[in-house]
Design a protein around this ligand. Structure first.
Ligand code: NAD
Length: 290
């Protein structure tokens, strides 16, 4: 069997089209604006910021970048986030990670206005996901589940294994699968026999950051596999390439597999835009549509 390759770009663009229609309707009253707060800044986050700006322009969301010097202290960062949150023109806020080492990212994220937290990282938004009432859900977890739904993978009653238990990817993804009535197992660094769990799984989500962790022989034939990992590895020709957490032979065992790059990544960007429009509606007292 060769896995059906998921076209993340296509799924992302379909979602973006729905978001663009919402943005157009909302913008008749006031613009939808996403503000990214970046501290210091390095090459990698600049690439990510440029991608966010481009994505916003595709759907009509206004994008603004606030760049703070790398020397800001925690209080100054939190004061800036509070100022941005109180600006009625700003409908969504992203705190760009990673922050310089002297700053506490989780503490800063907890000071965000939850109604403007479009990455879904504020404890209140994570708590709503746990309660089965997520609105601003963590983008990557939401993207992984959205891909399974877009590909019409049956989740009710499915054995699902989530590998990775981070606060904003593995854990919320597991909760979202649970809400769709999958039987969910979460594996992590302490799991004794990963392969034994994976072999039972109809659905696998892997978010670890270890290339080659999930091999074909560990999968149940025909399993739907969402590879969330992003790893930069040597390409064998003196350069580097990006790969996920699945070994190349996973494609021969799985029934469906998301490629890296081109799988979860573009859908995560679309989810950020979806959350931005959801946040704008929330602030105007409107229910979420897309
Ligand atoms: P994290 O470092 O916070 O968590 C890693 C998780 O992997 C932990 O739960 C840990 O217990 C588990 N783990 C480590 N070694 C393991 C092993 N040998 N077996 C089983 N589990 C193991 O990472 P994160 O922030 O959740 O990100 C995970 C991966 O997803 C990274 O590669 C990251 O770059 C990628 N990611 C991708 C997107 C995207 O948009 N595609 C977004 C966020 C993160």
């Amino acid at each position: 069997m060769t896995a059906r390759k998921v076209d993340g770009k296509k799924i992302g663009r379909t979602l973006e089209a729905a978001v663009a229609a919402e943005v157009a309707a909302l913008s008749k009253d006031a613009a939808v604006q996403l503000t990214a707060v970046s501290v210091g800044g390095d090459g990698a986050s600049d690439v990510y910021l440029a991608g966010q700006e481009k994505a916003c322009s595709r759907v009509g969301i206004r994008f603004k970048l606030d760049r703070l010097p790398g020397t800001v202290i925690q209080q100054e960062l939190e004061a800036h986030l509070a100022e941005v949150a109180s600006d009625p023109r700003v409908t969504g806020i992203i705190l760009q990670l990673p922050l310089p080492k002297h700053l506490d990212a989780r503490r800063a994220q907890a000071t965000l206005d939850p109604r403007k937290d479009v990455e879904g990282v504020h404890p209140a938004n994570l708590g709503r996901v746990a309660g089965g009432r997520g609105v601003l859900e963590p983008c990557t977890a939401a993207a992984a589940v959205h891909i399974l739904e877009a590909e019409q993978v049956a989740l009710r009653g499915a054995e699902a294994v989530v590998v990775g238990h981070s606060e904003i990817v593995g854990k919320p993804a597991a909760l979202m699968l649970l809400d769709r009535l999958a039987t969910v197992t979460v594996c992590h660094i302490g799991t004794r026999d990963l392969a034994a769990h994976l072999r039972r799984a109809d659905v696998v989500l892997v978010a670890v950051g270890k290339p080659g962790l999930v091999r074909g022989d560990m999968l149940r034939p025909g399993a739907a596999v969402v590879d969330i990992g992003i790893n930069v590895v040597p390409d064998g020709a003196g350069g580097t390439k990006v790969v996920g957490d699945c070994a190349p032979d996973a494609a021969a065992a799985a029934g469906l597999l998301t490629p890296v790059p081109g799988g979860v990544g573009p859908v995560t960007v679309a989810m950020l835009l979806r959350n931005t429009v959801r946040a704008a509606r929330l602030q105007r007292g409107l229910p979420a549509t897309v």
